[in-house]
Write a protein that binds this ligand. Structure first.
Ligand code: NAP
Length: 362
């Protein structure tokens, strides 16, 4: 496919990095021309660097297996080989912040999975179907930092990708949501490779994921914020209480939600109609990774289930079920999203497609 955008994956050997490599193999707009990771992997053939820890179902794509892995700190080589980078490194947050800013200052567009820049004021944190307009802060980001072509956009935490879009759909339809209690059951792949020790996970679950409850409760404030004068104004109207658990599934984060409306309460059939008819900018633009539909409602009493529903819409759709009244708050439901696809690589690729569609990739 000629004319594709030269694309690098930084942290290409890890759990999320491997998902990028597989998902980008047949992408119509982006071509992987560069891979980078830690100094331990640098200098190796990609296939050798991931030998014994390639976790994807498909073989390593031909176009990537012989690429030489670069050192993530080598900005000049990245800039020479690509125009866009997906950042999926796992390292100290300040180091990630510095690294991503150096990439952007060199002229690269950076779309990141890391949490390092999620609270940086001029960096948008985007779910393309929820807050595509937050990309409007990029001109101010470039101006303030003196970047001509470079930019940084981040993807939010994987835990909230299952329940925030269905809630946003209700807010967009005119129903104020006041508060919610969410209990997540998060797959082991969310902890990266090799993840928690098997002795901790088999016949067990762990009712604690460091930092995850805070991210689940706080990040929606920015995602649901408004943009004024090129700045993102936080939305403090929604109160969230989160319980995050690590469970012994491989992929797929499931969330059980109880929710209280702030005013009018829609009937249950109206809520299902809102979800089934939900379309947003990625669907309108026909972006290559946009699921059609994004929100799937299943009537069966025992769905969604991680193994059966995580791959819906090639891992980019969100499956919802079990909508019913809540005797304490107003309603309750269950939602599921694929954490390494919608919640990581796929969600970031969709952001890059939106950047391209809006003219930010030049
Ligand atoms: P991972 O499997 O542990 O992979 C980490 C990657 O970072 C590897 O490529 C590793 O390279 C590289 N790396 C480690 N130390 C480095 C260093 N000092 N310099 C340069 N590269 C270094 O982690 P992951 O699950 O893919 O997560 C990557 C990022 O995505 C994290 O920030 C994570 O929080 C975020 N995220 C993950 C998920 C998920 O579901 N897993 C979802 C959303 C967001 P080597 O192989 O050479 O060590």
């Amino acid at each position: 496919m000629p004319g594709r955008i030269k694309t690098g994956v930084i942290g290409a050997t890890g759990m999320v990095g491997q998902n990028y490599i597989q998902m980008l193999a047949r992408h119509p707009w982006f071509e992987v021309t560069y891979v980078a990771a830690s100094p331990q992997s640098a200098g190796k053939r990609y296939a050798d660097a991931v030998a014994g820890r390639w976790v994807m179902d498909e073989e390593i794509p031909e176009a990537v297996r012989d690429l030489t892995v670069g050192d993530a700190s080598d900005i000049a080589t990245a800039r020479a080989r690509c125009d866009l980078v997906f950042s999926a490194v796992e390292m100290d947050k300040q180091a990630v912040r510095n690294l991503e800013e150096q990439y952007a200052a060199s002229g690269l567009a950076v779309v990141s999975n890391n949490s390092a820049h999620r609270w940086t004021e001029d960096v948008p944190m985007v779910i393309p179907e929820v807050n595509p307009h937050h990309l409007d802060v990029i001109p101010l980001q470039r101006k303030r930092r003196g970047w001509q072509k470079g930019l940084i956009v981040v993807k939010p935490n994987c835990s909230l990708q299952s329940y925030l879009p269905p809630i946003y759909a209700l807010i967009r339809a005119g129903y104020a949501v006041e508060s919610l209690i969410v209990t997540t059951m998060q797959a082991v792949s969310g902890a990266g490779y090799p993840g928690p020790a098997s002795i901790d996970m088999i016949d067990n679950l762990i009712p604690f994921i460091p930092g995850e409850e805070e991210k689940s409760e706080q990040e929606p404030r920015k995602i649901l914020g408004t943009v004024r004068d090129g700045k993102i104004i936080l939305n403090d109207s929604l109160q969230i209480s989160a319980h995050c658990n690590r469970v012994p599934t491989i992929n797929g984060h499931l969330a059980c939600v109880s929710l209280k409306f702030g005013g009018r309460k829609p009937p249950l059939d109206e809520i299902i109609r809102i979800w089934q008819e939900f379309r947003a900018e990625p669907q309108e633009l026909g972006l290559p990774s946009a699921p059609q539909p994004m929100l799937i409602y299943r009537d069966e009493a025992n769905r969604p289930q991680p193994r059966r529903d995580r791959d819906a819409g090639r891992g980019m759709a969100i499956t919802i079920g079990r909508l019913r009244p809540c005797p304490v708050l107003d309603i309750r439901f269950v939602a599921l999203s694929h954490n390494t696809v919608r919640g990581a690589a796929g969600g970031a690729i969709l952001i890059a497609e939106l950047l391209q569609a809006k003219g930010y990739l030049g």
